[in-house]
Design a protein around this ligand. Structure first.
Ligand code: ADP
Ligand code: MG
Length: 393
């Protein structure tokens, strides 16, 4: 199929369950470099929408649930479809554009990257909710959704899927590049200077904002620690941090993925109990949670990425965590001595809230053209796969 220039909206809502990011991207077929056809992307618009409390509550409940009802899940799936459609409509009202296609990641309610026994069979599985038919019918535009299963069936962990965009936009012949996203979970894509896609490294470093958000909620009644202001007033509790760093997750070799299953509510509750043994100042708990994110990112880089990098490295941060000044300062303090130059993705033309949404616009465009979307080196898949399914309007 010959590739077409299209205007594509990408919709992302991540494990923070803070809301929906929409990016509208013009995607044109580009030249092939390093054996990979690289389309040209132009960001036309991006908007973020907080989930209304009435929706955030059931989303968080379903993500953290050990049991829930079938009716609840069916309704939530439909309601999320409505929320995504409304988010795209509101974006188009602000930035009138004729869309050709939508790529919707959906809300991960469950992600189990490793095989486990169930009903007499053993398999890995994943589920992103948000009814694509609701979006396609509401807007009259075809939707690509459900991106992760095809990668898992190719032997991958179904995540991360942003590395294709990272590679296409950021790979440099001269500089090593690390694309660090800090959402609920933090993940990185590392591309050594001049490397082919097969040499990219990508994995989840650990918690991003998830533990910080849980503590901000519990200790201050806030959805998150705006600009890192609470953490800036606290001191890191060294014994709590050291104990947290002994978590076996941080010793896993990449590829590895994490979610609320590892760093959700239960984890945050235990973390807070440990903090309270050492200090009754709530700011100290937030400083310690923030240091956990920074330290696990820096350790991940040092152990798994730095040995593969030569020369200068741009360490490019995206996701809501890039807005947390205390976290960024802690990262700079740890990464700069390792030879990294810290930057925000906006310094490279992509606002920090837009990158993941733009990635799902690109993945939808790839699927529309029957092109591969996963980077096997990133997910651990044995082969490239065409991701997701198309719901026609
Ligand atoms: N101004 C800010 N200061 C501190 N943290 C912020 C700020 N804005 C966003 N965040 C953090 O970013 C999170 C959302 O990041 P996002 O990239 O949308 O993650 P996800 O992909 O998991 O939804 C929020 O939950 C919050 O923790
Ligand atoms: Mg979000």
């Amino acid at each position: 199929m010959s590739a077409k220039t299209m205007t594509v909206a990408g919709i992302m809502s991540g494990t923070s369950a803070d809301g929906i990011d929409v990016a509208v991207v013009r995607i044109a077929p580009g030249k092939s470099r390093g054996g990979l056809a690289r389309p040209r992307l132009t960001l036309l618009a991006h908007e973020s929408f907080a989930f209304p409390a009435a929706l955030r509550r059931p989303v968080l409940a379903a993500m953290n649930a050990t049991s829930t009802s079938t009716a609840e899940l069916a309704r939530l799936n439909w309601r999320l479809g409505l929320a995504y459609a409304e988010a795209v409509s509101a974006t188009l009202e602000q930035h009138p554009t004729k869309l050709d296609l939508i790529g919707c990641h959906g809300q991960t309610l469950y992600h189990q990257p490793r095989a486990a026994a169930y009903a007499g069979r053993s398999f890995a599985c994943t589920w992103q909710a948000g009814e694509a038919a609701v979006i396609a019918a509401t807007l009259g535009i075809p939707v690509v959704s459900n991106f992760r299963p095809a990668d898992m069936l190719a032997g991958g962990q179904g995540a991360p899927l942003v590395p294709l965009l990272d590679y296409m936009l950021f790979a440099s012949p001269k500089r090593g590049r690390v694309l660090q996203n800090i959402g609920g979970i933090a993940n990185l894509t590392a591309i050594p200077a001049g490397a082919a896609p097969e040499a990219a490294i990508a994995f989840d470093t650990g918690p991003g904002n998830m533990v910080i958000d849980a503590l901000a909620q519990q200790l201050f009644g806030k959805a998150f620690d705006r600009n890192g202001a609470f953490a800036a007033e606290g001191a890191v509790l060294a014994p709590v941090l050291a104990a947290a760093l002994r978590n076996p997750y941080f010793r896993l070799k990449p590829p590895r993925t994490a979610g609320r299953e590892q760093f959700g509510r239960e984890y945050a509750a235990k973390f807070l109990t440990a903090c309270r043994r050492h200090s009754d100042k709530p700011e100290d708990a937030l400083a310690t949670a923030t240091a956990l994110t920074a330290e696990t990112i820096a350790q991940s880089y040092k152990r798994f990425v730095k040995p593969k990098m030569k020369g200068g490295v741009d360490y490019i941060v995206s996701g809501g965590g890039a807005r947390n000044h205390t976290l960024m300062a802690m990262l700079a303090q740890r990464l700069e001595p390792l030879g990294c130059e810290l930057a925000g993705s906006e310094d490279f033309g992509l606002p920090v809230e837009a990158k993941e949404a733009a990635a799902f616009a690109l993945l939808a465009w790839q699927t529309w053209h029957h092109r591969f979307g996963n980077v096997p080196a990133a997910t651990g898949a044995t082969r490239p796969a065409i991701l997701g399914q198309v719901t026609y309007a």
